[in-house]
Design a protein around this ligand. Structure first.
Ligand code: SAM
Length: 225
């Protein structure tokens, strides 16, 4: 059974989409998308040999070799023009790694109309990247599974404007204020307060002062949620 996290990613894939799933590992998401009749064709990209081989094995086992193409490639290099991919999913990595994958081969994003990104941490850098590259947030989701909180961002090509707070916590998530959202930002705030307290008695150095100011700004910012 697919994790709730990947099931939520799948929920945002338009019916009939041609998908590239980058960093696919076992190719669970691509196989699910075909089985459920959501995607018509999926490219599963993996840069590491072990996961690449397990993806190939899974696709064969499920008899989906016609509909899921597994490729050993770095990031979006897995996408070829002839695939006509319109939707890219990247899940289960940190925000900065997801951004570096998006930035490495910008030409590969040309025909793409939707990005579904699931950063494990630092979703903020994805919102910053989206703002700078004319992608707008169509939807967002926050969910908890196995004691971890995950965010999912759905982007389409459009212009958006976000406040500092929205960049940090997500504009749609902030509107909805789900229990999981409140839990995440309460936790984060408590962590920052703890760190702030721990450096309270520390010597006055420019680095410590900077850290203190940074934490105070963040704490003040999330007070607005
Ligand atoms: N997407 C799956 C999920 O969400 O369950 C797997 C997540 S797994 C933690 C991250 C995978 O991304 C690993 O298998 C890793 O090898 C792969 N990966 C990391 N950087 C990559 C890159 N630049 N290109 C392709 N795959 C990459």
């Amino acid at each position: 059974k697919l994790s709730k996290r990947l099931e939520t990613v799948a929920k945002f894939v338009p019916t009939g989409a041609i998908v590239a799933d980058i960093g696919s590992d076992h190719a669970y998401l691509p196989c699910y998308l075909i089985h459920k009749g959501i995607a018509s064709y999926v490219v599963a990209g993996e840069v590491v040999k072990g996961p690449f081989e397990s993806a190939v094995g899974q696709v064969q086992k499920e008899g989906l070799s016609e509909k899921v193409k597994v490729r050993l490639a770095n990031g979006l290099a897995a996408v070829e023009k002839e695939d006509h991919v319109d939707t890219v999913t990247i899940a289960g990595m940190g925000g900065p790694l997801i951004v570096s994958i998006l930035e490495k081969h910008p030409e590969k994003l040309q025909g793409i109309t939707r990005l579904i990104l699931q950063p494990n941490i630092h979703a903020k850098v994805i919102r910053e990247w989206a703002l700078a590259h004319n992608w707008a947030i169509l939807d967002e989701e926050i969910l908890e599974e196995d004691d971890k909180i995950y965010e999912i961002l759905v982007l389409q090509r459009s212009h958006m404007e976000l406040t500092e707070l929205e960049i940090l916590v997500g504009p749609k998530l902030m509107q909805r204020k789900s229990a999981t959202f409140i839990k995440k930002w309460t936790r984060e705030k408590e962590n920052w307060q703890r760190v702030l307290q721990s450096i309270e008695g520390a010597d006055q150095t420019p680095e410590i002062d900077e850290k203190r100011a940074e934490l105070e700004t963040l704490i003040h910012l999330v007070e607005g949620v």
